[in-house]
Design a protein around this ligand. Structure first.
Ligand SMILES: [Zn+2]
Length: 249
């Protein structure tokens, strides 16, 4: 039987360009819940306007995305961080943060990405907040850095590591996010207590732009493709979310 208290929780999405009307209408249905992530100062300001509306079931993760270091420079990024993460009480996680080696091969710029990333890991640790981590073309570098960090939950968003790297991540007790059944984890049923589900809205799926309610599709695909009961999957993810993000058992 469907339990109405269980939500389709979207752990990683970008809602900053959505209108309040759209968000209010969708969340009023009571089916979905989400953690909206910012990437830069502009998306932070837009999300802050949304946050002040206190939409039930909508949570926030703030941080500086690795591309911003390249576009705006290290100095500005560190200044933005002081603004964005000044009050961590209004957020449930630090995100979206990490490294992106696709955008730059320049060792100096990669070093600056690392400075901004580690600064934010420090804030996550101080406040015991989960960190939602981006690691495009940088899975090894991210795993290497994270080796020296602990004491707060680590969520590898859309982790594209190989089998060995996935094993390392799970061994270290990290969490992985699944979007429309990707990445395809071996023996996923055994790892459901280390899984979250996401859309990364706004993205395309099967050549179509998705809507925010497509988080339901993301759950259904994961459940169907792996022979997991959908209600059971929702129950598991809701319990992971309560424990890790809301700190309730
Ligand atoms: Zn994202």
């Amino acid at each position: 039987m469907e339990n109405k208290d269980l939500k389709f929780i979207d752990i990683h999405c970008h809602y900053d360009n959505l209108s309040l009307e759209v968000l209010k209408a969708e969340f009023a249905k009571g089916e979905i819940s989400a953690v909206a992530n910012n990437i830069d100062i502009e998306s932070y300001r837009k999300l802050e306007r949304i946050r002040r509306e206190n939409i039930r079931g909508l949570y926030f993760a703030y941080g500086i995305y690795p591309d911003v270091v390249i576009k705006e420079g290290l100095k500005d990024c560190l200044n933005y961080l002081n603004i964005i993460l000044e009050d961590t009480k209004k957020i449930v996680a630090i995100g979206e943060i990490g490294l992106d080696y696709k955008i730059t091969k320049d060792p100096e710029l990669r070093r600056e990405q690392k400075i901004v990333f580690e600064k934010q890991l420090e804030i996550a640790k101080e406040n015991k907040l989960p960190a939602i981590i981006h690691s495009r073309y940088a899975t090894k570098a991210v795993l290497d850095i994270l080796k020296s960090w602990g004491g707060f939950p680590i969520i590898l968003h859309q982790f594209s590591g190989n089998e060995k790297e996935i094993e390392i991540a799970l061994d270290r007790n990290y969490y992985l996010t699944i979007r429309f059944n990707k990445p395809n984890l071996p023996n996923i049923k055994e790892h459901l207590d280390h899984i979250f589900v996401e859309t990364d809205y706004p993205v395309f799926f099967e050549e179509e732009p998705i809507t925010i309610s497509d988080i339901k599709k993301s759950y259904k695909l994961l459940a169907n493709e792996n022979n997991i009961d959908l209600e059971e999957l929702k129950e598991k993810i809701n319990s992971n979310f309560n424990k890790i993000f809301l700190k309730k058992e």
